[in-house]
Ligand binder design. Structure first.
Ligand SMILES: Cc1cc2nc3c(=O)[nH]c(=O)nc-3n(C[C@H](O)[C@H](O)[C@H](O)COP(=O)(O)OP(=O)(O)OC[C@H]3O[C@@H](n4cnc5c(N)ncnc54)[C@H](O)[C@@H]3O)c2cc1C
Length: 428
């Protein structure tokens, strides 16, 4: 094509697609804008310079890496302002991008830093503006004394089946207090958090529609840590049972307020649909972000094994020269990129108010979680004996990846959600 016909063709494409005409609004692009690039680079720098070097130590210690959280707080990465800035991006991509970079550094430490965001998401999603202003800053503390938050939904007999929650919340009208009783299981930051968000049943007969979310303020009597869980992976992140024993919190700690709860319960009792189920709301919103964390682990394992395969020599040549190894790496790259597109789509939809008609949030978390488990296992295989030892990081990445097919809805539950959404049939 001549120069002039190329220009004409470009003009036609621009007219047909609306590109080039500012008035038509933002065009579709996967090119990151400058803010997104800057944040990606900033988080990556922290992940590379601070998180990675500390990963092995805190995995072995199985303790919360407070000094690393403090470093993150000092640079402003561990703060509501940073989370707010990531969230503010109208494309929805900055939050998953930041999570992918941080968890690329290390997932255990990543979760120690990001675990608070589940409690924050619950307060942000369900709280009044006053509740947000009061409790969210207390989830983080400050750079001199960082704090963490915990979100407590699961119980020993209520994991996938959130409707089986037995923890009760009874209203003491005389004192305008809620009294919480029950046992929470596997709570990230459970017992060490300053602020616990607890999902409790105010009416057992209504199942998950009778649930409400409560803030348990720092130092509240009757809220104690139970057994700390020893884990397969994500070991720098604290996980524990939480006991609620006649734990009294002020009436104002009910997220969203009593009037809203009473209205909702009345609607449910009349047989009308209720929009909000306390725990599910939080999980639905956070699924693409959780998927992005899994992606970070998968990418770290892929990059490590790619470099290793170029260096390691057997039979007189680099092992990557064998198709078996090169194709495995090609598939890893392919699956990771495919998972990222699903994560970005769901994040964009969530941020722009598009309903997940086909459970796109679940799709993103399911795919990314399964890719992370599979890719980290492939990475171990590529490293051979070295991959199986704690001298190399890929076995830790594999241990860390496994939780992503379990928490925030197991892979089976995600498939249940997707199959129900696409079929309209109540698949069991
Ligand atoms: C490290 C870690 C951190 C966690 N952090 C938190 C936290 O911060 N807050 C919190 O509230 N919870 C947290 N959890 C709990 C987590 O969300 C639950 O473990 C998860 O929801 C699964 O529940 P479960 O373990 O009871 O498994 P179960 O529900 O007992 O499931 C066992 C198996 O049965 C399958 N299954 C169950 N029902 C069905 C079905 N209907 N159809 C098909 N298959 C089914 C599951 O997919 C799974 O394979 C955490 C867990 C861990 C391990």
């Amino acid at each position: 094509m001549s120069d002039s016909s190329t220009a004409e063709a470009e003009q036609l494409v621009a007219e047909a697609t609306g590109n080039g005409s500012e008035a038509d609004g933002p065009r579709f692009t996967l090119e990151l804008n400058q803010d997104q690039k800057d944040i990606k680079e900033w988080v990556h720098g922290f992940a590379e310079g601070v998180v990675r070097p500390a990963a092995e130590e805190w995995d072995e210690r199985e303790e919360t890496p407070w000094p690393v959280i403090q470093e993150a707080a000092k640079i402003g990465l561990y703060s509501f302002e940073a989370l707010g800035q990531f969230w503010a991006d109208e494309t929805g991509l900055t939050l998953p991008i930041a999570n992918e970079e941080l968890f690329w550094g290390d997932a255990g430490i990543g979760m120690a830093i990001m675990g608070t965001s589940l409690a924050v998401a619950a307060i942000f999603g369900q709280g009044t503006p006053e509740q947000m202003g009061e409790w969210i800053p207390q989830c983080f503390g400050d750079a001199d004394e960082p704090k963490v938050g915990a979100f407590c939904a699961s119980e020993p007999d209520a994991g996938s089946d959130v409707s089986a929650i037995r923890t009760t919340a009874k209203y003491d009208e005389a004192k305008d207090e809620w009294v919480l009783n029950g046992q929470k299981a596997w709570a990230t930051n459970g017992g060490i958090a300053s602020v616990h968000v607890v999902i409790a049943s105010v009416d057992r007969e209504l199942g998950s529609r009778g649930h409400a979310a409560f803030v348990v303020p720092p130092g509240t009597k009757g809220c104690e840590q139970g057994a700390k869980v020893k884990k397969h992976g994500l070991r720098a992140s604290h996980t524990a049972d939480v006991h609620l024993d006649d734990c009294r919190v002020p009436g104002a700690c009910l997220l969203g307020g009593k009037e809203k709860l009473d209205e909702r319960l009345a609607r449910v009792r009349e047989g009308k649909r209720s929009k909000s189920q306390a725990a599910m709301q939080t999980f639905e919103a956070s699924r693409p972000t959780v998927g992005a964390q899994a992606l970070g682990i998968a990418r770290a394992a892929y990059e490590y094994s790619l470099e290793y395969a170029k260096e390691r020599r057997q039979f007189g040549k680099a092992i990557i020269e064998n198709q078996a190894i090169a194709f495995a790496l090609a598939d890893m790259k392919l699956e990771i990129d495919a998972a990222r597109l699903l994560v970005w789509r769901a994040a964009w939809m969530g941020r722009n108010g598009h309903k997940f008609e086909n459970a796109e949030g679940s799709m993103s978390k399911l795919k990314a979680g399964e890719v992370a488990v599979w890719a980290t296992e492939r990475a171990i295989q590529i490293l051979g004996g070295n991959g199986y030892t704690r001298e190399y990081p890929v076995e830790r990445m594999h241990r860390d990846a496994k939780i992503y097919t379990i928490f925030e809805g197991t892979s089976e539950i995600q498939r249940l959600v997707i199959s129900r959404a696409i079929s309209g049939v109540h698949i069991k």
